[in-house]
Ligand binder design. Structure first.
Ligand code: SF4
Length: 385
């Protein structure tokens, strides 16, 4: 059977963080109920076109999915289970924020089969959390983390953020060390740099941020500290203990099939990309009426050229890189034929390197450490215009 991943968007938060441009907002319980019902309708409706697929990963993201009651989350996952074929050992993740997790919710999540938690911490410094507009303190996080561990979850990711207001190299170092010395340490850490996005309070009124060279140093320190603590960098911003790489995100970077449910959720199935409508009221109205909640103008049947571009720039995000044999198998042409000179040139400049895997007989191309530092420039060269 063909493989498929599922993303479920929960667009609710306790309060909007000052840097956030995600599709999320505070709301009332009634709206949450109507949204969950609409979501379940959408999940059931789309199942008819997925009979030949098996679900390998489910990711409940947001927003703050942990704002929903345990029963609502159980209902969503039950709807998926009743309408799709799930692979044994399917990775089922939920994003959760300190301050919204309770022992009862954790119990419900376990009952539902959730086996991976992604906790939004961002920083271990209370002054930095405050500057970001987060609702929790580091102490709240520690309390939550203990509760999570006690409830038996062991596949835990912690989200961190660098280049944020009030942060220094020393405070970032402390944050990384504080997270690595949790008991037990998380098996996965995502460490992204802050990007000031339009339509956020930070865009309107940008606070003082670390300088560019400080930001670069923070990135380097992240790698060094996490490597020393036994984490392997497997993607530009993601680190894991061996065997705990996030399977769901790898589907995105390897261009696997995925279906998104909920407002604004993106899908890519058999090289057709599309997104759901972003307006909450219209989404609920469409789903309640049994209609497709797809944004028609977003439908894009990817051309072969676009597929090649994505293969390269998404695949190169991963430290493992891209497999030359896979490229040939999918497109019937070699990377050299499609990108004459580029790979050789970048290899000469120390931005890319090649590796031969003796076990599989495959040839791989990947970013070097220097290439990772300037990855945007490297990726841009793989756009075929
Ligand atoms: S908790 Fe996450 S999704 Fe919600 S406002 Fe903050 S950053 Fe955005």
């Amino acid at each position: 059977m063909k493989k498929l991943s599922i993303y479920i968007h929960i667009p609710f938060c306790v309060r909007k963080c000052l840097y956030c441009d995600f599709l999320s907002a505070p709301t009332e319980r009634e709206v949450m109920d109507r949204y969950v019902n609409a979501l379940c309708r959408e999940i059931i409706k789309k199942s008819s076109i997925c009979k030949e697929y098996i679900i390998t990963t489910v990711f409940i993201g947001g927003g703050t999915p942990s704002i929903l009651s345990g029963e609502r989350i159980e209902k969503i996952i039950r709807t998926v289970r009743e309408n799709y074929q799930m692979e044994a050992g399917c990775e089922i993740s939920i994003e959760a924020n300190p301050g919204t997790i309770t022992p009862d919710k954790l119990e419900s999540w376990r009952r539902a089969g959730i086996n991976r938690l992604s906790i939004g911490l961002q920083s271990a410094q209370n002054n930095e959390l405050k500057a970001l507009g987060r609702i929790h303190s580091f102490e709240d996080f520690l309390y939550t983390y203990k509760m999570i561990v006690k409830s038996g979850f062991d596949n835990i990711n912690i989200d961190l953020m660098s280049a944020i207001p009030k942060q220094t190299i020393a405070s970032w170092q402390e944050t990384l060390k504080a997270v690595c010395s949790l008991n037990p340490p998380p098996v996965h850490i995502s460490a992204y740099s802050l990007i000031v996005e339009e339509n956020t309070p930070f865009y309107e009124n940008t606070p003082k941020l670390p300088e560019e060279d400080e930001e670069r140093n923070m990135y380097k320190i992240t790698n060094d500290i996490l490597f020393d603590m036994g984490y392997m960098q497997y993607e530009i911003s993601n680190y894991a203990k061996p065997g705990y790489e996030c399977r769901h995100n790898q589907v995105y970077w390897r261009r696997g099939n995925y279906l998104g449910f909920g407002i604004g959720a993106a899908s890519m199935v058999e090289n057709v990309r599309y997104s759901n409508i972003r307006e909450l009221g219209s989404y609920i109205h469409f789903c309640e009426g049994g209609l497709d909640a797809i944004e028609k103008t977003s439908l894009n049947h990817l051309s072969e050229k676009e597929q090649m571009e994505e293969f390269m720039f998404l695949g190169l995000r991963m430290t493992e890189g891209v497999c030359e044999e896979d490229f040939y198998r999918i497109f019937g042409a070699s990377i050299e034929e499609i990108y004459p000179e580029i790979v050789e040139d970048f290899c000469r400049k120390g931005l890319l390197k090649r590796k031969f895997n003796r076990k599989t007989g495959e040839h791989w191309i990947m970013l070097t450490r220097y290439g990772i530092d300037v990855s945007n420039t490297v990726m841009a060269e793989f756009l075929l215009s």
